[in-house]
Design a protein around this ligand. Sequence first.
Ligand code: GUN
Length: 632
Amino acid sequence: MEIKERDGLARIAKFETPHGTIETPTVLPVINPNIMDITPEEMKPLGLQGIITNSYIILRTPQLRERALKDGLHALIGYDGPIMTDSGTFQSYVYGSIEFNNREVVEFQKRIGSDISTILDVFTTPGTPRSQAEKAVIETYNRMLEVNDEDGIIAGPVQGGVYSDLRRRSAELMNSTRAMYHPIGGVVPLLETYDYSTLVDIIINSKINLSFNKPVHLFGGGHPMFFAFAVYLGVDLFDSASYVKYAKDDRLIYPDGTRDLARITELPQWSPLYGRYTLKELRDLEKEKRSIEIARHNLKAIFMEIAEIKERIYEEGLAQYVAQKARSHPSLLKAYWRMMSYSNILERYEDLSKKTAYFFYDSFSTKNPYVSRISKFTDQYLSSSRKDTYVFTGKAWNPGYTNTDFVRNVYQKIDCNALISWSGTFVPAELENTYPVEQTVSSGFEPDPDFSAVKDIISPFRVDVYKGEKFEGDQIRNFNLNKIRVIADYQFGMGTGKMIFRDDVKINVSKTGRIRGILSRDGRLIATLRNDGFFTLTYYGGYLLHSSLKPPRLRVVVSNESAEYNAKGYSVFFKFIKDTDETIIAKNDVLVVDEDGNLAAVGKAMVSGRELREYGEGIAVRVHEGRDQSEK
Ligand code: GUN
């Protein structure tokens, strides 16, 4: 897979198949080879990337089977793009069994020229008892082992019912096979009953235990209501039969729900039917024709939502879109709350900062992955700095370099901690300009601050709300120096601030007092502070970090050959990475070292540590400065 753009676990990626590239996220419409009222050709202008059809239907229907074997699947369907085939698993589940075995079904898919074939996995429903679900996981794995490399791209579904540990096990097992593509199976009944919160558990436990280098598909997830959630959790593809199924019941799909044709008063303007039919004309169409027309409308709704999600990924604002979509149905809100309970996991894949502002809506926002990340840091910060603490609540802290009164009258005169209440938690005041603290746009509905956790950490020292006190006396410390050190501690790990910024550094500030660059005493640039409140390191800054981090961290180890290029300033490609620190945060600065651990360059990781390890194509680290370019 080649990653074009990412936003947390969500990604816009390219996946090669024999009949062309699929750009994800996308939906593969289900084509029934017996009924092709809307052809794939007609769907192309919607942004169609590929389709899915059922090889079992073709196999058991003599005319279709003969034509597919003679002319190939693509001729049968009349489509020259990527075609995925399913195996009959769902039919096997509905009817008890089918008349072919796994090998026969896979062999047939290969013979007719499927681009992505699916094994005959064993479907487990949410109601399946644990012991049976476990057997299905093992049997599905064994069936995956029956395929070989000549079978082409094989989809190895993850099963395991509602049991998180079985989903994990199934994902790990399938990951160890030659499967190049991973659907998450057995979820159709959950989608039908709007049980999106259980689906969240299933997706996370599957996704996190699969290779990031393979596409993940949600089998049967064809309604756009949940797309944004699934993509946010790392799902790349969906298939949809719902556009036809709903149409047969005179139901129109909208990005946030479904409406009965009988109960609407107008067609939406985005509908391809708008302007072509009045509602009365549409309702009066004969049943078959009407279903086809509604299916066209439904397809449009589905692809429109995919386009919106892609736009949000480009903007790095998918999390906000999910927060918004969560309000479109109570079961989605429930799923959103469940999702937030995984913030400590999601946080690992979130970027250091985003292009978009951070929106604080309500109590749900207090569970956000960014809150989880920064709260963890605040706890570390307080544990290593146990002393009297002032807390700025509400608007008491006027964020930014403008808050000189506090700095002059308090911070620099006494040795205290200063915390700002933010998003229902507390952050060190030194992070006032660091994403997402300064970049927050808030509704003002933050809960009242609860000091108990802070008290517990700093006890026996005191926590007080700052009420404008002033202190006499001399300046005993420097806010800006502490600020750059705390930012470094947050960005590169506790204790690094003191390592890279010695007491005698020179801090350049703008006319408005904003910190810009930090130089060593002899005038060498160590780092510049960006608008998102994080540092960009120079090679020299990286050198200081590299020589003081013990044990080594923040490293991307590349082949010696690559290191020579990186030292000249060229980017690091995934394929040259030998090893990496898994805790690296996407978009953070990293140390590019050769196989002997020598620092070759400093650059920005395009993805998280886990992804650095697993992706194979494209640019992994954009080098800011290489050894050969630096004065050092
Ligand atoms: N279609 C819907 N769910 C499933 C599933 O779990 N496995 C397969 N193969 N197809 C499906």
